[in-house]
Design a protein around this ligand. Structure first.
Ligand code: ADP
Ligand code: ADP
Ligand code: MG
Length: 669
């Protein structure tokens, strides 16, 4: 046994941070590796040392075996933790580590290789007496033979890339599909993604659940399981929400599945952490599908119900220690559930969304890391923070939020609450989609299977009008009004929304969910306003207004709103929703003129004198127009050298804050 002093983490994002957190608690130094896109990434800053790998593309950085091994040698790391994704299931990498005398924290290269092909793993399961889905896992891959097997299995049939992962290269063949076309396109995708076109056929089990068993083995031959995770909520065969225990298992099924997983693991002499995945049919029968020879994204669920730190277990096993825990000593406590937050846009076909994160507000209490999240039962494993750039190069997963409670309903409730209090702006996320998913009655009843998201997609993304939107419009209007007033000393003396002409209230033109909306309101008392929306009048009273937040009583109900400005856009978040509101110019004007060139009204007031004419040349500082409010005069002056292009207001007219008064064409244009 050789205790590690220093571990290199060959990954990025939340999993790199997660591994380093455990290293710190064990007193082990850490080495990060990074690509050029990640120089300032959180995982680099969290490590004791960090080594540059190469350019942003994964192939030049996080997948470059030689560079990573050189980095470990240079820094004197005893071991490498691969995290998940990237090189975590690459047998050549594990073998190179071994050859260099660096410990690979995971199973042996041979185990990784033997489980890397789903067909080989299936055959191993069969030989250890564990049921598999009826199908074809042979080496012969001729089209005619595959077609024959599709007929024999009977549609629906699932075609899988044998070397596959991440749901890639999978095709469901139904009676209306052309099976030959499906075979050929799956093969092409498999060749492209994995460099291996071998296919596997399985009966596609409708309304199945995905139930997997966490296993842990040491080098002395001790093997245990840490119960199941139910990962049935999937989109395109990719997990989104995971929980333990599974609502579909009873004690007998749980122990039978646990034993089956251990049987498969024992047959290959599995050591370190791994996951045996099963499909659970509606009939209650379960079938082996594959083994993931690494730490799983959803491992926190197991940590929260068992109180074990799986990364610590992995490190200790790799150091050569024996497990020290027996199957009987592991208790399953309460219920844990995880949701994966992705930078993607559900309203735009779940396409990944990139950009700079300008708001990242997940309750700070939740963010402190502890594997079992003792105390409040909430854990956030995040890879990004405010100010980070979410680029195009890597996986769009931003964070995982995990809740733990005494029972399933309480854990779901806690997770929904945490998601509702999470405010992220700068990239689009699936946050609201996750809330809709967790609030769906079928999910709450434990009835959602792997087909659930696909079958309910329209209801889950519901782009239609949201009652929150109206509140957000009011919040934006009053927030802007407040700050415009504050930036003009003269206006602080005026009541907000002041008008000397009571029948023309302030107005704002905005764009919300692709729709242009005119908002108008009037001041009806101290801090009190009335907004007219189509068909309804809404009473609003401002309780407080600070930088980035406003508290408003809307029709008698108080709420606070978080507001983050980014250019012409305001992001609004409250616990009942979130949206982006773009402020549009009052009058459509040419862009260059709408900016510094034009004279905008700094305040509500009345035009008392217009001092220029169209086509007149003006210089910076020349007086243009005089406004009056509450017996005070204010002269608006030219901000650029140029020519008066258009006078937008008339003598005596009442104008609102921000309204364009005079358009000036700048000489610089
Ligand atoms: P499986 O679906 O086989 O159980 P997991 O869901 O546990 O696999 O994890 C694989 C997923 O993690 C893939 O979607 C992969 O794109 C993603 N991934 C890989 N590396 C990272 C990373 N550093 N940060 C975030 N996500 C990652
Ligand atoms: P990957 O390597 O991409 O994780 P898997 O074999 O684990 O591939 O399959 C991914 C997902 O597809 C599973 O989690 C499950 O939801 C679904 N799936 C796999 N095999 C079957 C099957 N025979 N019938 C129905 N669904 C399946
Ligand atoms: Mg899988």
């Amino acid at each position: 046994m050789k205790p590690f002093k220093k571990i290199l983490v060959a990954n990025r994002g939340e999993i790199a941070l997660r591994i380093m957190a455990t290293c710190r608690t064990m007193g082990i130094s850490t080495v990060a590796v990074y690509s050029d896109a990640d120089l300032r990434a959180a995982h680099v800053l969290a490590a004791d040392e960090a080594v540059r790998l190469g350019g942003a593309a994964s192939a030049h950085s996080y997948l470059n075996i030689q560079r990573i091994i050189d980095s470990a040698r240079r820094t004197g790391a005893d071991a490498i933790h691969p995290g998940y994704g990237f090189l975590s299931e690459n047998a050549d990498f594990a073998q190179s580590c071994a050859e260099e005398g660096i410990v690979f924290i995971g199973p042996s290269a041979q185990t990784i290789r033997s489980m890397g092909l789903k067909s080989a793993a299936r055959r191993l399961a069969v030989s250890s007496g564990v049921p598999v889905v009826p199908g074809y896992d042979g080496d012969e891959q001729g089209n005619d033979l595959l077609l024959e097997h599709i007929n024999k299995i009977g549609v629906p049939v699932l075609i899988k890339a044998s070397a596959g992962g991440g749901g890639k290269g999978m095709r469901v063949v139904r009676s209306s599909d052309d099976p030959l076309e499906a075979i050929e396109s799956a093969r092409r995708e498999a060749e492209k993604s994995f460099g291996d076109g071998r296919l596997l056929l399985e009966k596609f089990i409708e309304h199945a659940r995905h139930v997997e068993i966490q296993i842990l083995g040491d080098e002395q031959g001790n093997l245990i399981h840490l119960f199941e995770r139910d990962c049935s909520l999937q989109r395109r065969h990719q997990k989104i929400v995971e929980e333990s225990p599974s609502p579909a298992l009873d004690e007998s099924l749980r122990s039978r599945m646990g034993e089956a997983a251990v049987k498969v693991a024992r047959a290959i002499g599995y050591s370190n952490a791994g996951t045996v995945e099963f499909i659970l049919a509606p009939s209650g029968e379960f079938y082996f599908i594959e083994v993931n020879t690494r730490l799983q994204v959803e491992h926190p669920v197991t940590e929260m119900v068992t109180g074990l730190d799986l990364v610590r277990c992995q490190i200790e096993i790799a150091e050569g220690r024996s497990l020290g825990i027996t199957q009987d000593s592991i208790a399953h406590r309460g219920h844990a559930i995880e949701a994966r937050l992705y930078a993607e846009d559900p309203l735009n076909g779940f396409l990944p969304s990139t950009g700079r994160i300008v708001d990242w507000n997940i309750d700070a209490d939740f963010a402190s890391f502890s594997p079992s999240a003792e105390g409040h039962g909430l854990r956030v494993d995040a890879g990004v923070t405010c100010g980070d750039e979410v680029g195009i190069h890597y996986d769009p997963m931003l964070a995982k939020i995990i809740a733990h409670a005494g029972d399933r309903d309480s854990a779901i409730r806690k997770l929904i609450h945490a998601l509702k209090h999470t405010s992220i702006f700068g990239v689009r996320t699936n946050r609201e989609f996750l809330i809709a998913l967790l609030e769906h009655p079928d999910f709450i009843e434990g009835k959602a299977d792997t087909g659930f998201i696909g079958e309910n997609l329209n209801r889950l993304i519901s782009p239609e009008e949201n009652p929150f939107d109206q509140a957000a419009l009011v919040a934006v209007a009053l927030y802007r009004q407040h700050y415009q007033r504050d930036s003009h000393p003269l206006l602080r003396e005026l009541p907000a929304g002041y008008r000397n002409n009571p029948w023309r209230g302030p107005r704002l033109k905005v764009r919300l969910r692709e729709k242009d909306i005119d908002i108008s309101w009037r001041n009806v008392g101290q801090d009190s306003f009335q907004f007219d929306f189509p068909g309804v009048t809404v009473d609003a009273q401002v309780v407080f207004c600070h930088v980035n937040s406003i508290g408003i009583v809307l029709d008698g109900v108080f709420s606070s709103y978080r507001l983050i400005a980014d250019g012409d856009c305001l992001f609004v978040h409250s616990t009942s929703g979130a949206c982006e509101i773009e402020i549009l110019p009052r009058h459509p004007v040419h862009h260059s003129m709408a900016e510094e060139g034009s004279a905008n009204s700094p305040m509500p007031g009345q035009v008392i004198r217009i001092l220029v004419e169209v086509d007149q040349a003006v210089s910076i500082g020349d007086p243009l127009i005089v406004l009056e409010a509450m017996k005070m005069e204010h002269t608006c002056r030219a901000g650029v050298n140029g020519t008066v292009e258009k006078i937008m207001v008339g003598q005596g007219e009442v104008v609102g804050p921000g309204q364009v008064l005079i358009q000036i064409r700048s000489n610089e244009d």
